[in-house]
Design a protein around this ligand. Sequence first.
Ligand SMILES: [Zn+2]
Length: 231
Amino acid sequence: MLINAKKTLCILVVVIALKSSLAQNATTIITTPQQLRKSVQQDINKKYVDIRQIIPDIKIDLRYGSTNNFTNSILYNQPVPFLRLPAATALKQVQNELHQHGMGLLIYDAYRPLSVTKKIWTFVKDSRYAANPVTGSGHNRGIAVDLTIIDLKTGKTIDMGTDFDNFSDSSGHQFLQLPQSVLKNRRKLKGVMIKAGFKALDTEWWHYAWNNDRGYELTDIDFRQMGIAIK
Ligand SMILES: [Zn+2]
């Protein structure tokens, strides 16, 4: 009986320690390559990778690296599509599945330095469509990705009803007043992403996030420094 009580107490202590470490990571901001390396040494899943190393044929159009976004200005320079290792690996599964249907992925945004989220917040200031920099977002943790599907034959995106970053009701999964073909395309993306382990966001058909089950820290390292840090 006493052994069982000791065992229970031990498990309780471990659970509390794990929870408090995850809670601490919720507010931790990694700002230097050294801090990132230390975190990865403790947990290899926290490694950032260039998605193209895992999925060489993936198409990339990082919209915040150009003026082709809702702000009409460049929000970051020399962007690289980084994601944490488990999210990038899961995306490979999605790409493989889409290939079987003559389709593939196009990435609009992946890891986003926290400082960029601060810039975006000055334009949007609506938590339905942008992350409040106080809490940060999955993008700042390297576990969220904005994406769509392309037809491999034409190289063009399939019709999702709205463009990326269309901040209106019609971007949401609950909005059903759309042509059947559009609803089918959105369901296609949602189906393959959820099957691979991602979660959808109600308000944006293009946004998917990996589970933050390992306390992935907010990160504010620019793309060039990140490239050096992960070598
Ligand atoms: Zn997003």
